[in-house]
Design a protein around this ligand. Structure first.
Ligand SMILES: NC(=O)c1ccc[n+]([C@@H]2O[C@H](COP(=O)([O-])OP(=O)(O)OC[C@H]3O[C@@H](n4cnc5c(N)ncnc54)[C@H](OP(=O)(O)O)[C@@H]3O)[C@@H](O)[C@H]2O)c1
Length: 368
């Protein structure tokens, strides 16, 4: 049995990955070794069939023993450890949730079913580095894969609504702390004046965001009761890095001969889990909306086409009803007033599943 080292298994992506391994009985297919930056030496959870002690994720010697390493630890970890491990002569397969290696020439961005063929070809020809795509990029390709496959897309603008957990476990906890902060203010205001009006409450909440003890170390502002239209660092183009990733990563996954322009504004919102995206899709010709719907629906088994109807949208096209599932609901599909070659669509996907853990898991299974 191959030895698989998992680094970052207790973070958001790592926990979801471990859960998928358990649900799909994957732990019986390989020998698991858990690595941690902070828990090495402690007992590993019982769920795996592997080594009972947690190993040191900074130990090149211990990592070198692995046939395959799956890491969900983050980009800084990859940048620090991956070069040292390769330099030491380790020739195992490295599968990574972080962005650090994605644009490297000899690394493949993995998104089976979209580019399963490229992953297989890479494995056969000796590629050793695989990286999961950016979460919104993977979710966009899962949602619109049918239109890309038919070469119908001239360009796409994606406006994102990204959940707090997309920034990691501690960030999601900060959102909940913000909600508690507001909840406490609300309760106290009601206790002081049971008849307090909505506008007075709005003022109290908005002012409270400026208080010194308002918890915003991670987000740098209020995400609860507000939103933050900037994710990651600034690029020379004026895009945020999250926005920049959409075009470069999607075109790399699609192996596009001519770059398909993809751009938009990435916004962090107060959802706990699941990223949503509103798409403006410019087609290269007029296409009947029924055909567009069919292509979207049939592109993979996880897409769930939601009729452009208010109640169905509220019931089926939200982070709340998608969270924790592999569904990719796509709805609000209609022609836009700009012309029949413009299509509007909205999609939601669990960024921890299809946006992160599931492509890594499927790549690992292909390596066994
Ligand atoms: N979150 C997403 O939706 C998402 C989507 C796609 C890609 N990614 C990428 O995947 C990588 C991992 O992201 P992540 O969101 O999973 O990071 P995360 O939740 O912040 O976890 C990363 C590490 O933080 C440590 N940690 C410290 N305190 C923790 C706590 N209270 N709970 C859990 N872990 C804690 C753990 O390492 P030790 O056990 O070693 O202490 C854990 O492995 C990043 O490169 C990210 O960009 C994330």
């Amino acid at each position: 049995m191959q030895k698989v080292g998992v680094v970052g298994w207790r973070g958001m992506v790592g926990s979801v990955l471990m859960d998928r391994f358990k649900i799909e009985n994957d732990f019986s297919k390989f020998e698991t070794f858990l690595f941690s930056t902070s828990l090495n030496g402690e007992h590993a959870p019982e769920i795996t069939n592997g080594h009972r002690k947690i190993l040191d994720s900074d130990s090149i010697d211990e990592l070198s023993e692995m046939d395959i390493i799956v890491t969900c630890q983050g980009g800084d970890y990859t940048k620090a450890i991956h070069p040292k491990l390769r330099k030491s002569g380790w020739s195992g397969v490295w599968i990574d949730a972080a962005s650090a290696l994605r644009m490297e020439e000899d690394a493949i961005i993995v998104l089976d079913p979209i580019n399963r063929g490229a992953i297989e070809a890479g494995l056969n020809s000796g590629t050793k580095d695989f990286a999961g795509g950016n979460c919104t990029v993977s979710l966009m390709l899962m949602a619109l894969g049918g239109l890309f496959k038919e070469n119908l897309i001239e360009w796409v603008s994606s406006m994102t609504y990204q959940a707090a957990s997309g920034a990691g476990a501690k960030s999601m906890l900060e959102l909940l702390e913000q909600m508690q902060f507001f909840g406490d203010k609300f309760l106290r205001s009601k206790q002081n004046n049971a008849a307090i009006g909505a506008l007075d409450l709005e003022k109290i909440m908005n002012t409270s965001m400026q208080e010194d003890n308002f918890p915003n170390d991670r987000f740098g502002g209020a995400l609860g009761l507000s939103l933050l239209p900037w994710i990651d660092t600034k690029m020379e183009s004026g895009q945020s890095k999250e926005e920049w990733k959409a075009q470069v990563e999607a075109n790399k996954i699609l192996q596009s001969k001519n770059t398909i322009p993809i751009d938009g504004t990435c916004v962090r919102v107060g959802a706990l889990r699941c990223h949503s995206q509103a798409f403006t899709i410019k087609l290269n010709k007029s296409v009947a909306i029924k055909t567009v719907e069919e292509l979207i629906r049939e592109s993979n088994p996880w897409v769930e086409l939601v009729e452009n109807d208010k109640q169905k949208t509220l019931d089926m096209l939200t982070p709340a009803c998608t969270s924790g599932t592999l569904k990719i609901p796509v709805g609000r599909v209609r022609h836009m007033s700009m012309g029949d070659d413009f299509v509007n669509a909205f999609s939601v996907g669990d960024q921890l599943l299809w946006g992160a853990a599931e492509p890594l898991r499927r790549t690992l299974l292909m390596c066994l």
